[in-house]
Design a protein around this ligand. Structure first.
Ligand code: ADP
Length: 528
């Protein structure tokens, strides 16, 4: 080491060896106090370096910070506590030279502990001079600030990350306000959206971003009050750009607090939704326009349907009238002139009567189906027992001795009494019709409750339905049996299905050929 020449003092006493003898006692006492002071400062490494660059004293704090005991390190070169790279570039000597020259050398750098671990140290080196002249050595004080530095670095990094994040958010305006609403930070996104540069706007009241009306109504202050109270205030606001144009933003104003919970201001995040709003408005307009169009067309369609109905009624009426005439005249002919006509002519007349009747039935059923499909079906609570009683009492074929119908107590349903009456008439009609010759129809009716729905069962002892045909028979004009065996139009079950659909219900059938069928109707349960 090229430190100023002198003998190598072994300890502080030796370093201070030049002090006059008559003051020795006083010095001894001072030295004792100094030693105590040094040893008490356990968080500081305090040690002396002699003029040869060797460690001459070593405090308790130094032991703790650098890991060497005094016995281990005394007389060692003080460069031992420097990192290899600092040693390689002569940092220890430079430090001493600098202290010697300037009277002080700051030492803030990485050092090396005995266990090889690096510690970041903040300290300084000062020369030790007796009275005047070259120093006897140096004193170094160092404080381990590794943890503090780590926290500082982390903080710096996270601040940097935050800064980068804020700077890079180009589509979102992000700015902060102090408690009185003055802008304190302004990101490039805010500049891009609102036109003001950071220099222009920082320090100004946020009010300048609001419309005249909002300012007059006190909106900015009210928003801050709400954010103060609730922590955050989310809203859609019209902002005014620097150039005076308006933009609609969706914004959140959030209260900012420090570690102690004191409010430090607000952060505002806003993004432009003008375009989105415009699209929504366009969409709403398009939808409204569409709805108007649909309404207009529906009205026109209804009118057309009405006209068609009127037409079909008149056609059917006109059709039915000649059919009835044919039927009526044929019957008169048969009754009044039957004796004069031969059996062949009578047979032909019977076929005319039968044909006219079938055509009339068909027209009647199709008209019923179209009415069921079209007419308003308002749903009410319906007492099924009452409806059935009405249907049975109006049809002798459903009564003894023709048929036997037993009815268990029935639930009330949400339905339409007239439609249900139509359904029961058709289903019971089929139940008494589709029986084997000579068999007396026996029908059982009951209902069960399933998950808020009521299923009404109508079970007959008829001929049944072949497997796989259960669904088909609900379609229009689908008949499984020959006309000469069982009369019908093939419209009855289509009416039932349509009517039940209009009452928001379902229909179905279970059957075993030869043993009978079980038709069901499911409707919502009535609340009463
Ligand atoms: P229609 O009774 O006028 O023939 P539906 O639409 O009422 O017409 O019935 C369609 C077909 O379903 C019937 O032709 C018959 O083949 C079958 N069907 C309906 N109800 C029953 C029943 N209870 N038992 C057996 N077959 C039935």
């Amino acid at each position: 080491m090229g430190v100023a020449p002198s003998k190598a003092p072994a300890d502080l006493n030796a370093i201070l060896g030049g002090v006059e003898t008559d003051k020795k006692k006083h010095c001894e006492q001072t030295e004792e106090w100094l030693r105590m002071l040094i040893d008490t400062a356990e968080d500081y490494a305090i040690f002396a370096i002699n003029s040869q660059g060797r460690i001459a004293t070593w405090s308790r704090g130094a032991e703790k910070i650098f890991g060497y005991s005094a016995a281990e390190i005394l007389q060692q070169e003080f460069a031992i506590i420097f990192t290899p790279e600092d040693r390689a570039t002569g940092v220890p000597q430079k430090e001493i030279d600098h202290a010697q020259r300037e009277g002080f050398c700051p030492d803030v750098r990485w050092h090396l502990r005995k266990d090889g671990r690096r510690i970041f140290v903040s300290g300084a080196v000062r020369p030790l001079r007796a009275l005047k002249g070259a120093p006897h050595g140096f004193i170094k004080v160092a404080h381990d600030i590794t943890e503090q530095r780590r926290i500082e670095l982390q903080l710096k990094e996270s601040q940097e990350r935050l800064r980068l994040l804020i700077e890079n958010v180009k589509d979102v305006a992000l700015f902060t306000l102090d408690v009185s609403g003055n802008i304190t930070h302004w990101n490039p996104g805010a500049q891009r959206l609102l036109g003001y540069s950071e220099e222009e706007i920082v320090g100004q009241s946020v009010d300048c971003l609001y419309s005249k009306e909002d300012r007059k109504a006190g909106t900015p202050a009210r928003e801050r009050d709400i954010a103060l109270r609730d922590g955050v205030r989310v809203s859609e606001t019209w902002f005014v750009r620097k150039d005076g144009t308006h933009l609609l933003v969706s914004e959140a104003l959030r209260r900012m607090e420090d570690n102690q919970g004191s409010v430090r201001g607000f952060v505002k995040v806003a993004h432009d939704i003008t375009e989105r709003k415009k699209l929504e408005d366009d969409l709403r307009q398009a939808r409204d326009h569409l709805e108007t169009l649909v309404a207009e067309r529906t009205t026109r369609l209804r009118e057309t349907i009405g006209e068609l109905e009127a037409f079909s009624y008149s056609v059917s009426h006109d059709l039915r009238a000649p059919l009835r005439t044919m039927q009526g005249f044929s019957e008169i002919l048969k009754a009044e002139h039957g004796a004069k006509l031969g059996p062949q002519a009578i047979g032909l007349l019977d076929r005319i009567i039968e044909g006219a009747k079938r055509s009339d039935d068909l027209i009647r059923d199709v008209l019923t189906l179209s009415r069921v499909a079209r007419e308003e079906t308002e749903l009410n609570s319906v007492d099924l027992a009452k409806v059935l009683h009405h249907v049975i009492s109006g049809n002798p074929e459903f009564q003894p001795p023709s048929a036997e119908i037993s009815i268990a107590p029935l639930h009330h349903v949400m339905g339409h009494a007239a439609r249900l009456s139509q359904c029961f008439t058709n289903l019971l009609g089929n139940a008494v019709k589709f029986v084997a010759p000579g068999v007396r129809p026996q029908i059982k009716i009951w209902s069960e409750s399933l998950d808020g729905h009521i299923r009404i069962w109508i079970e007959d002892n008829g001929i049944g339905i072949p497997k796989g045909q259960e669904e088909r028979i609900f379609n229009l004009f689908q008949r499984l049996h020959r006309e000469d065996a069982y009369h019908g139009t093939g419209v009855g079950l289509a009416i039932v299905r349509k009517a039940v659909e209009r009452m928001n219900g379902k229909t179905g059938v279970q059957s075993e050929p030869g043993k009978g069928s079980r038709f069901w109707i499911e409707l919502a349960a009535a609340h009463d």
